[in-house]
Design a protein around this ligand. Structure first.
Ligand code: ADP
Ligand code: 5GP
Length: 190
């Protein structure tokens, strides 16, 4: 697709990116999700290989780095690599879709830098650290160690907000979903 665009959702873990992105994908058939590769273990019962992520071994991930298959990749948490595959953007553009990303803040800015005005970088922000921690714990998807690693990174990640094109505050979910839809409509029709 010649006029295919990129919508990048980034934020600290627990901010609500996945919730917002899933809602947008459900209601906008012209959008497609960039399935990242990662080396963390799959959340059993919640996630599927090839739907949420391509779950790879460390060796498989390194092979893809060496073959230059990534637009960007990061060691988002110690020992856990995540990356956006070039083939995903091409797959979705070939299907005539705009591409939606759920990536960490550094990855998001990296994609924005490469695609410029074709991309919109959206920072999802939770009203406070306390609320973020509560949401992360209530999701019940992480071990205590993984929660700690995620919270440890939050302050660092928050510092990148002003480098994004737009901030979306995720307080009331209903309002956030409406706002996210407006942001998407405005950008796609611009
Ligand atoms: P992320 O993808 O950024 O890590 P999630 O979308 O998994 O975040 O959201 C973290 C948790 O918070 C999930 O359990 C989700 O259902 C919940 N959540 C998301 N947005 C809101 C909101 N506005 N109010 C209350 N809970 C929310
Ligand atoms: P989770 O393990 O909660 O699914 O994701 C952890 C973090 O990795 C989130 O901030 C998520 O957005 C980020 N992430 C997911 N895919 C990618 C990717 O392809 N590249 C980068 N840089 N970060 C990613």
């Amino acid at each position: 697709m010649e006029n295919g665009k990129l919508l990048i959702f980034s934020a600290p873990s627990g901010s609500g990116k996945t919730t917002i992105v899933k809602h947008l994908l459900k209601h906008n058939p012209q959008l497609g999700f960039s399935i990242s590769a990662c080396t963390r273990p799959k959340r059993e019962k919640l996630e599927e290989h090839g739907r949420d992520y391509y779950f790879l071994s460390r060796e498989e991930f390194i092979e893809k780095i060496n073959n230059n298959e990534f637009v960007e990749y990061e060691e988002v948490y110690p020992g856990c690599y995540y990356g956006t595959l070039k083939s995903e953007i091409n797959r979705l553009w070939n299907e005539g879709k705009h591409v939606v990303f759920d990536v960490d803040v550094k990855g998001g800015l990296n994609i924005k830098k490469q695609y410029g005005s074709r991309a919109l970088a959206i920072f999802v922000k939770v009203p406070s650290m306390e609320i973020l921690e509560k949401r992360l714990r209530e999701r019940k998807s992480e071990t205590e160690e993984s929660i700690k690693a995620r919270l440890y990174k939050v302050k660092f990640e928050m510092a990148f907000e002003n480098k994004f094109d737009v901030t979306l505050i995720n307080d009331s979910l209903e309002e956030s979903l409406k706002e996210a839809q407006k942001i998407v409509d405005r950008f796609i029709n611009s």
